[in-house]
Design a protein around this ligand. Structure first.
Ligand code: NAD
Ligand code: WQD
Length: 330
């Protein structure tokens, strides 16, 4: 069975390609390399012993996407391709709306044209916004007030409306919580360009001495230690969630949280990272980052019941694997 993975050289996409290839699927990657490197294809081949096909193409380019669909007997699509930096989306809203909405519509149109019935979409816990934790799939969406979050909510709507018109299609809207960690080989992982926005890559760069200290954004939240709480999920668990969705979902639209169901504070993550990896993370508490919520974690019951999937790796493994990747790549 051949799966098209858009954004397949990116962070989550590359780990999902490893899971797909190791489970016997054939893989075609489409990526414009705006936030990843071609060498990731070699790394995937090194890990799995199988080489995915790679197209350097833009998912918003309808004719380039058509060429791929006409050349290969694709049976399912996992659509990771997208821009994901919240702050940048405020600076460049049209770039984000254009890239994230148009790529989703183009790939979906080709699925409909070529009779590809399985479509898995990378959504985000950001669509829950200020709801009460834990976040449940049935909650009304309140995407955080930034263009990135809006694109995820809008893509969910576009996919749902199209699926209603094409009842033969199976669409999974996977709402990721906070992906961290790396493949245990240390060959692939998250490699942000420039100064990281997210907590774990920032911690690993501080650990390596690339950055002098971590700024903890707020210690006055209504949480036990005052710092923000998030549901960190190991990227390999996230990857296996995609396979479960591909294999188990029937026709219709299916929304699943992919998280662990457990929350960890910023200070807890720092302490665990220091203990597991025997390194120091100098940090300083500063003011809150605008747009952050106090707490965000998943209700994971639906994914467990309907997909038979659950995250198995804990915070220690996430810290260990993130650090191994940083040491090997940085
Ligand atoms: P990433 O930036 O590492 O991967 C995205 C990949 O898509 C990159 O390789 C990039 O080059 C490619 N890409 C972007 N626009 C493209 C286009 N128009 N055509 C072809 N390729 C394009 O990001 P990631 O962390 O792997 O995220 C994957 C998906 O998951 C994204 O849609 C993101 O919004 C979503 N997501 C990520 C997180 C997270 O915290 N990492 C959380 C929730 C949802
Ligand atoms: C985690 C915690 C920060 C950096 C973002 C997106 C979300 C999703 C995942 C794509 C928070 C604190 C962080 C730092 C800190 N992405 N922090 N110092 O904000 O939960 O989610 O990535 O869909 O949409 O918004 O993740 O890793 O940035 O922050 O104290 O230098 O770490 O305040 O409590 P976030 P994050």
């Amino acid at each position: 069975m051949l799966i098209l993975v858009t954004g397949g050289t990116g962070y989550i996409g590359s780990h999902t390609c490893v899971e797909l290839l190791n489970s016997g699927y054939d893989v075609v990657i489409l990526d414009n390399l705006v936030n990843s490197e071609r060498s990731v294809v070699d790394r995937i081949a090194q890990i799995t012993g199988r080489r995915p096909l790679f197209y350097h193409a833009d998912a918003t380019d309808a004719s380039a996407v058509d060429v791929i669909f006409s050349a290969h007997p694709i049976e399912g699509v996992i659509h990771f391709a997208g821009l994901k930096a919240v702050g940048e989306s405020v600076e460049k809203p049209l770039t984000y709306y254009r890239n994230n909405l148009l790529s989703t519509m183009v790939v979906l149109e080709k699925c409909i044209k070529y009779g590809v019935r399985r479509f898995v979409f990378s959504s985000s816990a950001t669509v829950y916004g200020e709801n009460e934790v834990p976040f449940v799939e049935t909650m009304e969406l309140r995407p955080r007030a930034n263009p990135y979050g809006e694109t995820k909510a809008m893509c969910e709507k576009i996919l749902s409306d199209a699926a209603a018109r094409h009842p033969e299609m199976s669409v999974a809207l996977l709402r990721y919580f906070n992906p961290v960690g790396a493949h245990e080989s240390g060959l692939i992982g998250e490699k942000p360009r420039g100064v990281p926005n997210n907590l774990m890559p920032y911690i690993t760069q501080v650990a390596q001495g690339i950055l002098p200290e971590l700024r903890v954004f707020g210690a006055d939240y209504p949480t036990p230690d005052g710092t923000g709480i998030r549901d960190y999920i190991h990227v390999m668990d996230l990857a296996s969630g995609h396979l479960a969705a591909l294999e188990k979902m029937g026709p219709g639209v299916h929304i699943f949280n992919l998280g662990t169901g457990r929350g960890t504070s910023v200070l807890e993550l720092i302490t665990t990272f220091e203990q597991v990896n025997k390194v120091q993370i100098p940090y300083r508490i500063v003011g809150r980052r605008p747009g952050d919520v106090a707490a965000c974690w998943a209700d994971v019951g639906k994914a467990q019941r309907e997909l038979g999937w659950r995250a198995t790796r804990g915070i220690e493994e996430m810290c260990r694997d993130s650090w191994r990747f940083q040491q090997l790549s940085g």
